[in-house]
Design a protein around this ligand. Structure first.
Ligand SMILES: [Zn+2]
Length: 246
């Protein structure tokens, strides 16, 4: 493919902007010059974003050559996001997602008494892209049901325990964020939290509730978070490595 032609299509820069964006097959390659960085660093952030940080005195051309060399690695990491398979025995928090096989032509999603069953044709491979994409739809339904049961209750418990006040809670399915808090103190939580363990969920809830008091991530914000959850730092580090994409 003319993947690389595109990369090199950008002309030499006369000025020195601190960012440069290159779009490639729906993926954004964001080059950022960073005073603190000593070498070129590539981070595959999500299926649509690759971040490249480079030292200030490094040219974009050099960084693009570097990215070119690492394209196989980047591709592999993008695919990990894209084709992350769900397991036939995928367990959600309250076990309301069940996978079954049957003699049917097409996959079916059934909802009964709070249980989401995903039934797929016995002669199809569960791990094929076709069945996976249907199974993911079913799982999303199950996660949403669970999230509706669990997250509002838990958020209220924590808010009451530590004296936080928020306005409204909405449940979302977001690819890159676990939660957010608006300036009006409306909280959004990601239904994919239901794939995580309790500590991680609590951390995200506390983090967003702390934003009802402090809208930034400065010292006082972390002080509040740590008061509510002394091991917050540790949990945060681990959570950074988990992507909400299912
Ligand atoms: Zn935050």
């Amino acid at each position: 493919m003319g993947l690389f032609d595109f990369l090199f299509a950008s002309k030499k820069e006369n000025k020195k902007p601190a960012h440069k964006l290159v779009n490639l097959n729906g993926v954004r390659f964001k080059y950022s010059k960073n005073k603190k960085s000593k070498s070129i660093k590539i981070t595959v952030k999500d299926p649509q974003t690759v971040n490249i940080s480079l030292p200030f005195n490094c040219s974009y051309k050099t960084a693009m050559d570097f990215v070119y060399d690492k394209m196989n690695w980047i591709q592999k990491n993008l695919e990990l996001f894209e084709f992350k398979k769900i397991d036939e025995n995928h367990k959600t928090k309250t076990n309301n997602f069940i996978v079954q096989r049957a003699i049917i032509q097409k996959p079916v999603i059934k909802s009964q008494k709070g249980i989401i069953s995903f039934i797929y044709p016995f002669d199809k491979d569960f791990y094929s892209n076709e069945i996976q994409s249907e199974a993911k739809k079913a799982l999303k339904k199950a996660l949403y049901l669970e999230a509706k049961e669990y997250l509002p209750k838990r958020l209220n418990e924590i808010a009451e325990k530590f004296g936080f006040k928020y306005n409204k809670l909405s449940l979302k399915s977001h690819k890159t964020r676990w939660g957010s808090c608006s300036y009006k103190n409306n909280i959004n939580l990601n239904i994919n939290l239901m794939n995580l363990e309790d500590d991680f969920i609590d951390y995200v809830l506390i983090h967003e509730l702390a934003h009802t008091v402090e809208k930034n991530h400065k010292e006082n914000f972390w002080k509040i978070v740590n008061t509510c959850m002394p091991n917050a730092g540790e949990i945060r580090k681990k959570l950074k490595k988990i992507s909400p994409v299912v």
